[in-house]
Every structure is written in structure tokens, then in C-alpha cells.
Design a protein around this ligand. Structure first.
Ligand SMILES: [Zn+2]
Length: 65
């Protein structure tokens, strides 16, 4: 007896370990950021190229395999 509603494994690798772009909600391939003393952190999302300012660098919950 098969259950078509079987939930996927919780520990499956997420589609993207990076936070989505706050501008276009796309999952970025890469996020680079630059920080200057006394200024907020500027996040640059690739490949959409959007920028986002943040008071702190992004916290990336990347778990090594
Ligand atoms: Zn974007």
C-alpha cells in the first residue's frame, strides 16, 4: 500500500542554502557583500544583481556534508 503523500526527508538538502533575494525573491547562486567601517553591509545578489543593505552580514546556515 503506497502513500502518495509521503513527506520528503527533513534532512534533504535545501534547494538553496542562501537566503532569497529580498527584491525579486529569487534564489541567488551567490551573495557577495562588502562592508565599510561605519556603513551598513551592502549585499549583492548574483545573478540578478540586486543590492540590499543590511546592518550585519548575512547569517548563512550552511551545514557541511
Ligand atoms: Zn534579485
Amino acid at each position: 500500500m503506497r502513500d502518495p503523500h509521503t513527506a520528503p526527508p527533513v534532512l534533504a538538502a535545501p534547494a538553496s542554502p542562501l537566503p532569497d533575494c529580498p527584491r525579486c525573491a529569487e534564489a541567488p547562486e551567490r551573495i557577495s557583500w562588502r562592508q565599510r567601517p561605519g556603513e551598513p553591509v551592502v549585499l549583492v545578489f548574483d545573478p540578478c544583481g540586486h543590492r540590499w543593505t543590511s546592518p550585519a552580514p548575512p547569517v548563512l546556515a550552511v551545514t557541511p556534508f
